[in-house]
Structure formats: C-alpha cells, structure tokens
Write a protein that binds this ligand. Sequence first.
Ligand SMILES: NC(=O)c1ccc[n+]([C@@H]2O[C@H](COP(=O)([O-])OP(=O)(O)OC[C@H]3O[C@@H](n4cnc5c(N)ncnc54)[C@H](O)[C@@H]3O)[C@@H](O)[C@H]2O)c1
Length: 258
Amino acid sequence: MSSSEKTAFITGAGSGIGEAAALAFASSGVAVAVGDLDIVNAEKVATKITCSGGLAKAFAIDVSCPQSVESAFESAESWYGVNTSILVNSAGIMGVHEFLGYPAELFSKVMAVNVTGAFLCAQRASRNMAKAGVGRIINIASVSAERAGIGRAAYGTSKAALVGLTRQMAMELGPLGITSNAVAPGPVITPLTQASYNAATIDAYESMIPARRLGLLNEITSAIIYLASDDAAYINGVFLPVDGGYLAGGVAKTGKLS
Ligand SMILES: NC(=O)c1ccc[n+]([C@@H]2O[C@H](COP(=O)([O-])OP(=O)(O)OC[C@H]3O[C@@H](n4cnc5c(N)ncnc54)[C@H](O)[C@@H]3O)[C@@H](O)[C@H]2O)c1
C-alpha cells in the first residue's frame, strides 16, 4: 500500500508525541485523523497540516468512552472514505500521586485512559483492518512499563498493562494481517512531562541515560513511522524502547570509571 492510500487515526494527537506523529505521517502523504479530547488543540494540529498541504481533520474523542470511540472512528472513516489502516494510541495521562494516599478514582481514571482507551480504539480499528487483511497498531507505552518511579503507581502499572495488551493483540490480530507493537519513549519534553518535571528531574534522567540527554520528538516518531511501514510487516508484538539506552542501564556512576 502506498503512503497516499494509507490513513492514520492518532489519539492524543492534539499535543506532544501524538501531534508530532500526526505531522510526520501527513508529511509522507498519509491522511490523518487527529483525535483528541481537547478538540481545540486537535483543530490547531489539523490546520497546521492542511496549511502545509497535507490531509488532516480533527475529531473529538474520549478514548475511555466506548460511544465516543465508535462515533469518532465512524466519522473519520466516512471522512477518508476507507478504513483506518494505521492506529497510533498516544492519548495518555500521568496522574502522579504518592502511593499511600493514591486516590482510587484517579487510579481508575489513569487505567481507563491509558489501557481501556487503547483497547477500545484498537478493537474498533482492527475490526475493519481485519476485513482489509492489513493494519498497523502502535501503542505508545513508556520506559515506565519496566522501571518504577515515585508517584507512578497508576501510570507505571498502566504502561506495563499496555505492553501486555500489545502482546495479546499481536497473538490474535497477527493472523488477520495486523501488527501490534509498543513504542516505549524515554523522557521527552512535552506538555505532559513539563507538568511533572523540574530541573532536578531532568538532571537525574541525564545522568542515568547513556546518551546523556532527553529524547527528541522526531526520534520517537521515527520509530512509530517505521513500525507503521510496509518494511515492518514481520515485526509484531515487540516492545521497542526509544530511550537513549536508559532501560539498558543500572548504576550510572561506577567509581573511577565514571
Ligand atoms: N513525553 C514523554 O516523556 C513520554 C514518555 C513516555 C511515554 N509517553 C507517552 O506518550 C503519550 C503521549 O504523551 P505526551 O507526552 O505527548 O503527552 P501530552 O499531554 O502532550 O499529550 C497527550 C494528549 O492526550 C490527550 N488525552 C488525554 N486524555 C484523553 C482521552 N481520554 N481521550 C483522548 N485524548 C486524551 C490530551 O488532551 C493530550 O492532547 C502518552 O501515552 C504518554 O504516556 C510520553
């Protein structure tokens, strides 16, 4: 399938990694459904794309609500006139809070957006991908799926669950021609992280990441674009860290060698 025949529904595309992915897909000729809870931001991203000659339209979606997911996908598919061929589940929230007082409602909300949301969108998109016999699903997980962090009882748990979901989908959707993979970004500056990082957080990350810097948005989107490409047809069920080596490491300073 050539890029100009492809369609991508990207959740959380009004900001950060989802926005960067929307811009990257559009610049390669893919028609992009810019899905976000924040329709104002989604409209801004869609306008940015159309003003530079790409094909995009904003769709309001609350990924945690089955009715909203159905209506957004139905509208997107009638806009591009065909099925969704690529789904990027980037919508996500952090809900940072200390464990002993972690509110149960906040825990449920983070799971509803980060896990159930990805499940609902993947299930909706893959029903039509299955009819076409081809599809690509990329879930935006996190290094937090494997490394715990203070205040991340829900976030880290949700990202580990999302990796589990990716593998479940790979088993059941693989025979239908659909690949499901998880990209796990290390820290990248976006509105999500800006809200919870301070200078000390960034210093701590830089000392633990072998590349000695945070990631860049285009470094995350390169992995997403690759996993969505025809070249990645045989890659299914992987957890791909894009983290400058963060997950490979342990103690960063080892005495005389550091
Ligand atoms: N930025 C990082 O360092 C980093 C690292 C690892 C993983 N991630 C993951 O990448 C994804 C994108 O993060 P980001 O940094 O771009 O964050 P961001 O806050 O910039 O963007 C997230 C977007 O998701 C949208 N959203 C939130 N709840 C939604 C809902 N219920 N339905 C639809 N849209 C909803 C928000 O409106 C927002 O536009 C998230 O899943 C996040 O966990 C980010």
